[in-house]
Design a protein around this ligand. Structure first.
Ligand code: ZN
Ligand code: ZN
Length: 363
């Protein structure tokens, strides 16, 4: 379904700051993504990182922290979060590997009996208890402890297919949902359990976003083996490359997910009052909104836009993998808008957190 065309055909989209160039949605001339930042304000930058990484200090992982840091640099990551299973044994080593060009944030994967969760941004030496299941009814206190120390709590791979990996706790206490978990248990970069997590997350947006109680999505590699780090990765808008700034960006949903460093996405919604990106709220004053997604690195891919009414617009990319998709709406028609970019075979290449459209006209 493409409900954007009728808006264009009626010539309703006329936003001075970003003039509409006609019905053609894919704009080849405007397809160069000069910076994934798009509308980033002065002082803000997009940083690429992996939020879920295991070294030999975790079961079934094969790389040392030093090897992982080297691989992260080769993958052009700006940061990583070390998430060893229930252990702080490598914290000192990891801290020594943090540098100006690669920020290392301490974290933990908390592998309980009823699912796994990530504590991002914990203190050196801190170990979050993992020895419980859903029937013990203690998860809230452990999540609270991480929140008190400034950390972010992530539901990890909620539909994982292996024993104890499936997440059985309510999502309410958690800040963020890992909708895209890497391929370490599979040869496939995008799997059925990711699709299920994405569906659950997307279904919650319509109810929770207007109340500002939504949960941002992230993607991470869950690296255990060589060659996995950064696939996928989360790209975060932050004031600086520091743990506090990166975690603040994730908590606010000012981030999008890329399948690799080769995928670029700039996603914005603009109205006369200004522009907004992933995780942000756009003041529309009841006026038209132009939604724009610029993509690079996804040959023959498909870009789709989604709102509280479902999938509202789709466009294909050419063999060079770049293009700009544009679509118009308003706050009455759409409470939010978000974007997915998929490869030709349906596997995900990138997806962004939603922009909320505020300023619905009363009728
Ligand atoms: Zn896990
Ligand atoms: Zn893991």
């Amino acid at each position: 379904m493409d409900t954007g065309d009728h808006l264009v055909a009626k010539g309703r989209c006329s936003i001075p700051a970003a003039p509409w160039s006609g019905r053609g949605v894919k704009d080849r001339e405007a397809s160069s993504v000069s910076s994934p930042a798009g509308l980033a304000a002065p002082g803000l930058r997009w940083y690429r990182g992996d939020l879920h990484v295991h070294s030999v200090y975790s079961h079934a992982a094969e790389l040392t922290p030093e090897q992982l840091a080297s691989e992260a640099r080769k993958a052009r990551l700006d940061f990583l979060v070390t998430t060893e299973h229930n252990s702080a044994a490598a914290h000192d080593i990891w801290r020594s590997l943090s540098s100006d060009d690669l920020l290392v944030i301490l974290g933990q994967e908390v592998t309980t009996q009823s699912g796994h969760w990530l504590a991002l941004g914990i203190e050196p030496g801190q170990v979050v208890d993992w020895r419980y299941g859903v029937r013990d009814e203690v998860i809230e206190e452990h999540v609270d402890a991480v929140h008190r120390s400034g950390g972010v709590c992530v539901v990890a791979h909620p539909y994982a297919s292996y024993r104890t990996g499936r997440f059985l706790y309510p999502f309410e206490d958690f800040d963020v949902l890992e909708v895209w978990n890497g391929s370490w248990k599979s040869d496939l970069p995008w799997q059925a359990d990711n699709e299920a997590a994405l569906r659950t997350w997307a279904q919650g947006l319509a109810a929770h976003l207007p109340l500002n109680r939504w949960r941002p999505s992230i993607g991470s590699s869950d690296t255990h083996l060589r060659g996995q780090i950064g696939s996928p990765q989360t790209v975060v808008l932050a004031e600086e490359l520091s743990a506090a700034a990166i975690l603040a960006g994730i908590r606010a949903g000012r981030c999008w997910i890329a399948g690799s460093a080769g995928v670029e996405l700039a996603f914005t919604a603009s109205a006369t009052a200004g522009a907004a990106g992933p995780g942000e709220r756009l003041r529309t004053d009841g006026r038209l909104v132009e939604v724009r997604a610029e993509v690079q690195g996804v040959p023959m891919g498909e870009v789709s836009l989604h709102t509280d009414r479902g999938t509202v617009h789709c466009e294909s990319l050419d063999a060079d993998g770049s293009g700009a998709v544009r679509w118009c709406t308003d706050a009455n028609e759409s409470a939010f808008v978000r974007v997915e970019v998929r490869h030709r075979d349906g596997a995900m290449a990138a997806l962004a957190n939603p922009v909320t459209l505020a300023g619905r006209r009363r009728t």
